[in-house]
Design a protein around this ligand. Structure first.
Ligand SMILES: [Fe+2]
Ligand SMILES: [Fe+2]
Length: 312
């Protein structure tokens, strides 16, 4: 097939909602966009384990500890699926991880904020996993087959993550005044970073338009952010918590909540590496890779030995 025929065939599939599979022809830019997006997503899952992992030993009881442990393990699984998905596009996993460690690749800005209190763990589940679900449910219909299929299982686990966070906050909000104040404080600190998770406004978003045309993205950043706000406000009301935005108001005409402009300066600062925990998060990942070297070496040596035995 000529290049033009390949392209026509590819565009035809996109138009007909037929998934693109690893061995199919695809435009180079489509492949690179997916590698960037999926590896960024994988890094977010793995770095996202750090703020919560820090609380496993300090969970207030056995049930909470078991739930949090299961949640953090799920995130490791999500990372592994997604690194595998980048490999189906021809990416080298080690290179992908090195790109994270050298700062070339990004991960979600939210994980550069610290989890200071136990209530933050609830707020992360409710808001951060809640925002992730909004994004990821849409990605179940993304045009690249392996990514779309990975999202189906991941979304089921994410909904457990969101609910465990919400349930934990519900307990605090029905507890002592101090516990409720702790929950409010966590919401105050995590609300705006959670809204930033959807990325820059559509007008500023460099990759959006092409990604929508290729059906990698199904909704724009602003559409997803609005859906998140609309879904989350009633949940805050049930908890009896106040969202820290004095301009938050139901707009009858639009059928959506209006809300204040995000502090984009803070967003870009965190993206550029100047958030409260950027250095700490990267240092933790680099240390994990260095300290795990002997495991990888042992596994490789064992695999080699087995292969030798087999060929003998
Ligand atoms: Fe996840
Ligand atoms: Fe999650």
């Amino acid at each position: 097939m000529t290049q033009a025929e390949h392209e026509r065939h590819f565009n035809d599939k996109i138009a007909k909602e037929i998934k693109i599979e690893p061995n199919d022809w695809m435009p180079d830019e489509y492949r690179q966009t997916l590698i960037r997006q999926i590896s960024q997503h994988a890094h977010s899952e793995v770095v996202g384990m750090l703020p919560e992992g820090n609380w496993i030993t300090r969970a207030p009881n056995l049930r909470r500890k078991a739930v949090l442990l299961a949640k953090v393990q799920d995130e490791a699984g999500h990372g592994l699926y997604l690194y595998s998905a980048t490999e189906t596009l021809g990416a080298d996993r080690e290179q992908t991880i090195d790109d994270l460690h050298t700062g070339k690749a990004k991960y979600s800005s939210i994980f550069n904020y610290p989890a200071l209190t136990w209530a933050d763990i609830g707020a992360i589940g409710w808001l951060v996993d809640g925002a992730a679900i909004m994004n990821q449910v849409a990605l179940c219909r993304t045009s690249y087959g392996p990514y779309a299929r990975a999202m189906v299982k991941i979304c089921k686990e994410e909904s457990f993550h969101q609910r465990q966070g919400y349930e934990s906050l519900m307990k605090l909000c029905n507890g002592t005044p101090q516990q409720k104040a702790m929950a409010q404080d966590a919401l105050n600190r995590f609300w705006w970073p959670a809204l930033m998770m959807f990325g820059p406004n559509d007008a500023e978003s460099t990759h959006s338009e092409q990604s929508i045309a290729w059906k990698i993205k199904r909704f724009t950043n602003d559409e997803l952010r609005q859906s998140f706000v609309d879904a989350t406000v009633p949940q805050a009301e049930i908890l009896g918590l106040t969202i820290p935005d004095e301009n938050l108001k139901w707009n009858e005409e639009r059928g959506h909540y209006d809300f204040s402009e995000i502090n984009w300066d803070e967003f870009w600062q965190v993206v550029k590496g100047n958030g409260p925990c950027n250095k700490e998060r990267l240092a933790a990942r680099i240390k994990a890779k260095e300290e795990g070297l002997w495991v990888r070496e042992a596994a490789n040596a064992f695999a080699k030995k087995r292969a030798m035995k087999k060929s003998a």
